[in-house]
Design a protein around this ligand. Sequence first.
Ligand SMILES: [Zn+2]
Ligand SMILES: [Zn+2]
Length: 300
Amino acid sequence: MNNIELPAEKEPEITSADEISLLVVILDTNPTQKMLRDKQNQLTNIVDSVVAFSNSHLMQKAQNKLAVMACHSKTSQFIYPGAKKPLDVRQVDGQYEAFLLVEKTVKQNLAELLGSESSTAVTESLLAGAIAMALCYIARLQRTKPPGSKLNSRILVVSGSGDSASQYMNYMNVFFTAQKLNVVLDVCALDQHLSLLQQGCDITGGMYLKVPQITALLQFLLWVFLPEPPIREKLVLPPPVKVDYRAACFCHRELIDIGFVCSVCLSIFCKFSPICTTCHMVFKIPGPLAVKPKKRKLKL
Ligand SMILES: [Zn+2]
Ligand SMILES: [Zn+2]
């Protein structure tokens, strides 16, 4: 009997043509951001830069995918692709229809969102919730992607808000979920340093940049955030800064350097409390340190 060796069945190789790069841009549109209140038309400038950047992502490869979200004080929603059926666009001034569609859809949906905002109460942007929504969207596309293709996803947060320690737990949950889903989180801070989101970049292997000049936003976006994460290693990008890994206490939601940690559920507190407010574990109140009786030297 001849022993014929059958060729081992190979896994279908994924070529670069089957790789889909998905970029989800989360734009903070909360009107209480300082830089938006200081200067009129600032939001228009930022939106223009973000649209140009998003179109550059689409331009790189025909398979590239894009989603844009607006993160507001009370809600976060997708402004591209919107909930409604896509707009009917025709070529204007020789601009490619797909780019025009992005621009028109983003601006129209954003105008609707801003117009529906009635209250002027000062609330912080719901960035953690927006990232969670983006992760759900990515997970859905991952399930429904064509067989044999590979989906590389990343999220870019563009925000001028300050740090909000009140969302500390939500942030940590989305960061570790993103890490598990292999989603890279990039953050572009426009006004203040965002130490919590910086931790997210560090956890997921993304880039963090605080833009030194907001007028040059598009340049910074194209330089730092347009290249895909595997290409970034080969580029000269801003050196990584030291990550501020402080945690927020669960009692006051303030960032602390040293605190008390519940040995059962790992909740963090800035002051000692005999009962953990998270898991209701009861601890002994630490008494004064016991003084050991000195050993007397035996005289011989
Ligand atoms: Zn506290
Ligand atoms: Zn506990």
